[in-house]
Design a binder for this molecule. Structure first.
Ligand code: BYC
Ligand code: FE
Ligand code: FE
Length: 477
């Protein structure tokens, strides 16, 4: 069941070779995936040798193998954590019943939709990041970008495996469609908002991997509880890879902040831009942007979809074990819901006790907000230690939202309602303006390919990858 046969075309621990039909279907999808990768993956680096980690098994120590590989030769495999014998469903209407090994007929559509939505984000992020290599701040960062990209590719494989094995013809059609939508393309966009936003510079990349990959963490934690056991097992393994993506974001922003602090200290007016760095208010604006678009990824505060997913035992809460009531039949979540007029002006607030099942998106978002705060505290400590009077903060969760109860309304970063007109006048003080974007882009016009060297606007990492020095040649051009 769990042996890894690396001689297979598709590395896996699901005994793919014993299911010839499935194996053929996936082997037919594989060249289309490679075509997509060559077209939409990192542009200009497909022939380079990259020092990458490859998942080769699901053993706790030793699941990852590090070596040079050309990205198109990366062995994208299918790995599910070991089955938990006699696993019981941990929440919802089917709480306590044996976990499902096949798709429960009445929930087929909901389940497929969850898997497709999850799957869609993975290639979308690769598309968003495809040009970043051309302006990398170091070979170390270039390698991390590619590591994240190949693993998002593997996450797509994980979802395609589920679609092919459990959803027959329409699953195969969805797997095709996952390679056809394109991030930011108005005719065939990716499904969720944040995955259509351009990610054009490295500050955005670090914010994306900090904030948007962290949505991935929480959505995967919720799916890791699923009563549909193959989904639970595949997302559990994805989570082991996800940690590195958020590490890239957290340490990336931290290194920018550290460098900015150094440059400010060099300048009589603490002017980071005068010294060629990224000033702190600009960093705050990127936080505001990527945090708010990532908050939207959790869905509406009051959601019948979320209630249905929970009731059907398809999507739970992060770490369901930590809760006591797993059926959640009568709890509620108190919310202040804004009431607005036709011009989107907030005219008042309505207290609502939302049935807890309908508030599951908000419950998950609460966990996310807490977790997001932690990195900010680390970044703020860098500033404190440098003796700089400035602190980053997360904007209110009402700020700059596109969907849910705050969607389309206007709030400042503290959550106070305001008119559309006033908001638009203030916008450039809160979110990256065209001038900010141009400034950040002006720092990142050329790549740094010399081993160990860093772009001027970022500090070196504390250590390299897998015990290698920072000066290691992580990418051989
Ligand atoms: N943009 O009841 P509602 C990751 C739609 S990231 C556009 O409020 P629901 C990764 C919604 O589909 C993790 N549309 O929300 C990170 C619905 O449409 P219909 C990805 C949106 O359904 C970095 C309508 O609005 N995984 O892995 O409870 C790099 C009303 O929906 C958005 C998942 O998302 C949006 N932001 O929740 C690489 C897990 N939000 O029904 C990878 C699977 C909502 O009117 N997905 N809508 O057509 C889900 O669990 C749910 O679909 C959502 C939405 C939480 C996303
Ligand atoms: Fe992913
Ligand atoms: Fe990720």
């Amino acid at each position: 069941m769990t042996s890894v046969i690396n001689s297979d075309k598709i590395p896996n621990n699901v005994d793919l070779s014993s299911d010839k039909k499935l194996q053929r279907a996936l082997e037919a999808w594989q060249p289309r995936f490679i075509d997509w990768w060559k077209e939409m993956g990192p542009e200009g680096f497909q022939e380079d040798q990259v020092y990458l980690r490859t998942a080769i098994s699901v053993d706790h120590d030793g699941w990852a193998h590090f070596d040079y590989v050309k990205m198109p030769d990366y062995r994208w495999g299918i790995f599910l954590t070991e089955p938990e014998p006699n696993r019981k469903i941990g929440f919802g209407d089917f709480y306590g019943e044996p976990a499902w090994q096949t798709v429960p007929g009445e929930f087929r559509n909901s389940l497929r939709r969850l898997i497709v939505t999850q799957g869609d984000t993975e290639p979308a992020s690769v598309e968003q990041q495809r040009l970043l290599g051309q302006t990398c701040p170091s070979l170390y960062d270039l390698r991390n970008l590619f590591q994240v990209n190949v693993e998002e590719g593997r996450h797509l494989w994980a979802m395609v495996y589920l679609l092919h094995s459990y959803f027959g013809r329409d699953g195969r059609e969805e797997a095709e469609a996952l390679l056809e939508r394109r991030s930011g393309n108005p005719d065939k966009p990716r499904i969720l908002g944040a995955f259509n936003e351009p990610c054009q510079n490295w500050l955005s990349f670090f914010m994306f991997t900090y904030f948007t990959d962290r949505d991935g963490k929480y959505q995967l934690l919720a799916l890791a509880e699923s009563g549909f056991d193959p989904l639970a097992r595949t997302t559990r393994f994805m989570l082991t890879e996800e940690a590195h993506h958020m590490f890239v974001g957290e340490t990336g922003v931290m290194r920018v902040v550290q460098r900015t602090a150094e440059l400010m200290k060099k300048n009589r007016h603490e002017d980071a831009r005068a010294e060629g760095g990224i000033d702190l208010p600009t960093i705050q604006k990127y936080i505001n942007f990527w945090y708010s678009v990532s908050l939207d990824l959790f869905g509406g505060e009051i959601s019948s979809n979320a209630a249905n997913f929970f009731a059907a035992s398809l999507k739970g809460r992060a770490k369901e074990d930590g809760y006591t009531d797993h059926r959640v039949i009568d709890g509620s979540y108190a919310m202040d819901v804004p009431v607005a007029d036709k011009e989107s002006n907030v005219t008042g607030w309505k207290k609502e006790d939302v049935p807890l099942r309908n508030a599951m998106n908000e419950v998950l978002r609460d966990e996310y907000v807490r977790d997001s705060q932690r990195g900010l505290e680390k970044w703020n400590r860098v500033l404190e230690e440098a003796g700089i009077q400035y602190q980053f903060r997360l904007p209110s969760r009402r700020f700059h939202r596109q969907n849910g109860i705050y969607g389309g309304l206007y709030f400042d970063v503290d959550g106070n309602p305001m008119s559309k007109e006033d908001w638009e006048k203030s916008r450039d003080g809160w979110l990256p303006s065209a001038a900010d974007e141009a400034y950040v882009a002006s720092l990142m016009t050329a790549p740094v390919y010399e081993a160990g060297k860093m772009a001027h606007w970022i500090a070196p990492p504390k250590q390299g990858i897998k015990g290698r020095p920072v000066e290691f040649e992580y990418v051989r051009r």
